[in-house]
Design a protein. Structure first.
Lengths: 683, 327
């Protein structure tokens, strides 16, 4: 009997907890917490504890599938890759490279994202490469780059413990990032003030000193109101504003228009609470802001992010320990996928594709001419597929058929493609539409690195041999690239890809497998082999030089409730499931906790519509309707309903709207108008 | 270290470290007429050699070499042992040093202790007994893990009623919770368990309410527990604990868990270590340590009577946990 413990990284949220996978005679038997891990301290949450349970699930794809006469048939790798290679080449020749769209994956390793990005740009010749960051933190990347020059979490997670005030807005931290909420609670135990702003009463609210229950989509007004009080009471950091920022005059003028009474009318938050919160935040020596989807998933997502950045800069809470603007990334490697340039407008390390120098560097390294026009985003690809300009898609490890807004529209788009390849570990909802399905490996079967939310790069290690005939994504992509004429795809291990990443990406230049394997915790930017990594950004100077203030006006969300659709729908995640559930719905311990979705509705509304607890009701929007059971609660504002988006049988994204933020192109998952009725009276 | 002799040199020597090297040095020095202070960090001298079976290169039995030296060092009139102590600072110059030594509390009077070892047998969680360190003063109360259960002092009293070796501090520490308020004097409770034990029911209820509502139902406390044997229990039964709810029913979830292992718990603290929300779960078990399983309901108040009865009935069906017998 041979027993082994393999140190790797949890494949769920962005916390990036290290875990040991327990391997007995080549079979995965369980998960052991890693006590020396700085992030989890040997205390993973329920998802991490059960992370091994989906890997050997019988539903795993074990051989390539090719659709013939509407049915999937198993095929050999040779056959499947030949079909994919020849079809993609044909479409590229006939309609040009920009008729192909590539979706990369925040679930895959940095190396694989880099490789797929390279495949799209160097082999296909298009910048149409994007991934699900578009749906979660695209506005963060755009917004924080505009304000600070770098679109990532400014501080590291353990630092939160040292803050004197923690302001959590639009983040269900306790359920989505349990190990980060531990830090928040520890800060609170030390005497820090905790402010939570959320339309939905999340578990963290029970510990808050002040709870601001604002209406969905009024974040800009709320933050402007906070800044108004801070400036009125003279709590701003004048020295910081003078020495490190620019554009304060316009902001000052703008926030004068947001006195607490007006903000109270717009947001529904009590003016006294607002003033108290502003004082807590303004007076704190070290104040930290945590935010997530509640800020970003709006048509004003970028403006929300800029407002958050304004608030932090106004009080000088950037560039010091335990302060900062901290977007909590939802996926294990969404930070890494962005860093690796799986985005339509940048190469790895956020080097812009329309920057001549950057392009020249990549062209020289890869030996091909690269396209210079930024490509299509996820949301634009769907539209392009429907209007016929996008002919083929290659989807690696993503399930847009549940995660994208307005699923019916998306399914129509996937259905109208000439050729669709899906590379995944399970036959996901999106894979049903594919012409060819390629079986990939889970995190336990391959080597690589993940980048956690606070920019920590950590090693993922192979614990078991690939299940069935599946192959690691990096092998599939490089084999396909070689077939399509890619010359520089002869990698023997992910370590080689990492070397290439380091040579082309300044912020990753000092990161190598040798250093990571020696137990180093490296957070980028890490520009050289000797560099110890960066715990917090912008310490003496902002990445862009000076921090930029933006004067921002409150705008209403794109689709508000009206007579016909009187309820405001907001969506989100829950503790026991994860995203589209491809993994968590195959873990018995999690599925037992939360087997299906529900719609949270306020007690008063439920009474008006005579809806009882657990009753099955129908929710309809302009785009579609679903049947779902009701969960009557006081934790949500009257007139607002909440549906988790994990469940295919009652998918919240059937209802959500395709309205996007004009800059970041992030859809407004958090606000759309719906109506609710019982089955008996259609209405 | 002020003993002067004829040649003007200061005549006492401090040997730091009571391993075989330190012991031999101390013996040699003592034999040549110096007064030796032998300083050792751990509770007893002997060091690593005491843990070895054979020595290189002669394959001699290491204890055969070491133990006569241990005895000699312990009895030598020119050697004074300072165990369980650490060197904090050294000042002065060659020939005239002054040192500052931190002596850690042992809670055992080594002049009275006979080394019977009954105290250690009574409670393995708080007393350090290293089998390989054969020396009279081997018993020490490890403060970090002492839960003030008092078993050790009781065992010591039983063995030797006249000459109680556990010091009064140890006795007081353990009796603190049991003292009536007027006798506690000015002293404040030291550990969380003591603080909670001294709360009235209302504030204890509030305390647990706020601590337990952090729970994110990761089942870490249960999964990490070495004595959890009962599976398919109420924790996963929707009639008891509603699935998918965060925090799970407070305090029912933790009462069920604590009650299930009430008289199996060895107080290892794994539950608390596994908790991603830093809930002081171990305190629950420290408080339950010497009482009947029903004491869970006093330790974590807030459960209604009907649920209590239902739970007791349910637990009685499980032969692994004996509800009737108090510890």
């Amino acid at each position: 009997m041979n027993c082994d413990f393999v140190l790797t990284v949890c494949p769920f949220c962005g916390c990036g907890c290290q875990l040991y996978l327990e391997v007995m005679d080549g079979e995965l038997t369980g998960v052991l917490p890693c006590k020396t891990d700085e992030m989890s301290e040997g205390k993973p949450c329920i998802k991490g504890r059960n992370a091994a349970d989906f890997i050997s699930h019988p539903d795993r794809l074990k051989s390539p599938l090719v659709k013939r006469k509407g049915k999937f048939e198993p095929a050999s790798w040779e056959e499947a890759l030949d079909i994919v290679g020849s079809q993609l080449s044909k479409i590229k020749q006939k309609y040009g490279p920009d008729s192909i769209g590539i979706l990369s994956s925040a679930k895959c390793t940095n190396e694989e994202n880099f490789l797929l990005m390279k495949f799209a740009r160097a082999v296909i010749g298009t910048n149409n490469v994007d991934h699900c960051a578009r749906l979660c933190h695209a506005s963060t990347v755009v917004g924080l780059v505009k304000a600070f020059g770098s679109g990532a979490m400014t501080n590291s997670v353990p630092e939160i413990e040292g803050a004197d005030c923690v302001f959590v807005i639009g983040s269900n931290t306790m359920e989505q990032h349990p190990l980060i909420s531990l830090r928040v609670l520890r800060a609170k135990e030390r005497g820090a003030k905790l402010i939570v702003a959320d339309p939905r009463r999340t578990p963290l609210v029970d510990f808050a000193d002040i709870y601001l229950q604002h209406k969905p989509g009024t974040d800009v007004a709320l933050i402007n109101g906070l800044m108004h009080v801070i400036v009125r009471d003279g709590l701003e950091d004048k020295k910081f504003i003078r020495e490190r920022t620019e554009g304060f005059e316009e902001l000052e003028k703008k926030i004068k228009e947001y006195p607490p009474e007006k903000v109270s009318r717009v947001t529904g938050v009590d003016a006294a609470d607002l003033e108290k919160a502003a004082r807590f935040y303004g007076e704190a020596e070290k104040a930290s802001i945590l935010y997530a989807m509640g800020i970003t998933q709006h048509t004003t997502g970028t403006e929300n992010v800029l407002s958050v950045a304004n608030l932090a800069m106004l009080t000088g809470n950037v560039g010091r320990e335990s302060t900062g603007v901290n977007p909590l990334r939802g996926q294990n490697n969404v930070q890494g996928a962005c860093d690796m340039g799986a985005l339509p407008d940048v190469y790895s390390g956020y080097q812009r594709v329309n920057d001549k120098e950057a392009r020249a560097r990549f062209e020289k390294a890869w030996g091909v001419a690269l396209p210079q026009k930024p490509g299509l985003t996820v949301t634009e690809m769907t539209d392009a597929a429907i209007d016929g300009s996008l002919k083929a898609m290659y989807i690696m490890g993503e399930n847009p058929a549940l995660s994208d807004p307005d699923i019916n529209h998306l399914k129509k788009a996937l259905g109208s493609l000439d050729f669709l390849v899906v590379q995944d570990i399970f036959l996901s909802e999106a894979a049903q539409f594919a012409h060819v399905v390629l079986p990939a490996c889970s995190f336990a079967e391959k080597e690589g690195t993940f980048t956690a939310t606070d920019r920590r790069v950590q090693r993922v290690r192979k614990a078991i041999e690939p299940i069935g005939d599946s192959k690691p994504d990096w092998i599939i992509v490089s084999e396909l690239a070689r077939r399509m004429g890619g010359t520089q795809f002869n990698y023997t291990s992910p370590g080689e890809i990492m070397k290439e990443i380091a040579s082309l990406t300044p912020s990753y230049a000092g990161i190598s497998y040798e250093r990571l394997d020696n137990g180093k915790v490296l957070a980028w930017p890490c520009p050289s082999q000797e560099h110890p990594g960066t715990r917090f950004l912008h310490s003496n100077v902002f990445t862009r030089g000076r921090g930029q203030f933006f004067a921002i006006d409150y705008k209403e969300p794109a689709e508000l409730p009206d007579k016909e659709y009187p309820f405001l729908l907001t969506t989100g995640r829950l503790m026991f499931q994860y995203h589209t559930g491809t993994m968590t719905r195959r873990i018995p311990a999690l599925e037992r906790e939360l087997p299906t979705g529900f719609v949270e509705i306020n007690r008063k509304d439920a009474k008006k519509l005579s809806i009882s607890q657990g009753e099955r009701i129908r929710v309809k929007s302009r785009r579609g309707e679903i049947e779902i059971q009701a969960f009557v609660t006081d934790g949500i504002l009257p007139g607002v309903v909440f549906i988790p988006f994990h469940f295919a049988e009652c998918a919240a994204n059937v209802l959500t709207s395709r309205n996007v933020d004009p800059e970041a192109k992030i859809p407004e998952f958090k606000v759309c108008a719906v109506k609710i009725y019982k089955d008996d009276k259609h209405g | 270290m002020e003993k002067q002799n004829g040649n003007g040199k200061v005549g006492a020597v401090l040997v730091v470290g009571g391993g075989i090297g330190g012991i031999q040095a101390a013996l040699d020095l003592a034999e040549s007429g110096y007064y030796v202070y032998l300083l050792e960090k751990s509770p007893s001298i002997g060091g690593v050699m005491a843990q070895l079976d054979k020595t290189f290169p002669t394959n001699d039995c290491s204890m055969c070499i070491l133990s006569p030296k241990l005895v000699e060092a312990g009895r030598h009139l020119n050697i004074q042992l300072i165990t369980n102590a650490e060197l904090e600072e050294v000042s002065g110059e060659e020939g005239n040093f002054r040192v500052k030594i931190l002596k850690k509390p042992r809670y055992v009077d080594i002049d009275k202790c006979t080394g019977c070892g009954l105290c250690a047998q009574s409670d393995l969680t708080s007393l350090k007994e290293k089998e390989e360190e054969l020396w009279v003063d081997r018993i020490v109360v490890d403060e970090a893990s002492c839960i003030q259960c008092g078993e050790c002092t009781e065992a010591c009293l039983e063995e030797n009623k006249e000459n109680h070796a556990m010091t009064n501090t140890a006795l007081e520490r353990r009796r603190f919770i049991e003292l009536p308020p007027e006798q506690r004097g000015e002293r404040e409770p030291e550990t969380l368990a003591q603080k909670v034990a001294l709360m009235d029911e209302e504030s204890r209820k509030n305390f647990w309410q706020s601590e337990l509502s952090r729970c994110i139902k990761c089942f870490g406390c249960r999964d990490a527990c070495p004595v959890w044997i009962y599976d398919g229990a109420e924790l996963e039964d929707p009639d008891w604990i509603k699935p998918g709810e965060i925090p799970p029913a407070v305090p029912l979830f933790q009462i069920i868990r604590a009650y299930r292992i009430a008289n199996l718990c060895v107080n290892c603290g794994m539950c608390e270590e596994a908790c991603p929300m830093d809930i002081p779960l171990r305190t629950i078990h420290q408080l339950m340590w010497r009482q009947s399983p029903e004491s869970v309901f006093e330790v974590i108040p807030g459960l209604d009577r009907k649920t209590k009865q239902k739970l007791i009935k349910k637990v009685k069906e499980n032969p692994m946990v004996k509800v009737e017998t108090a510890r």
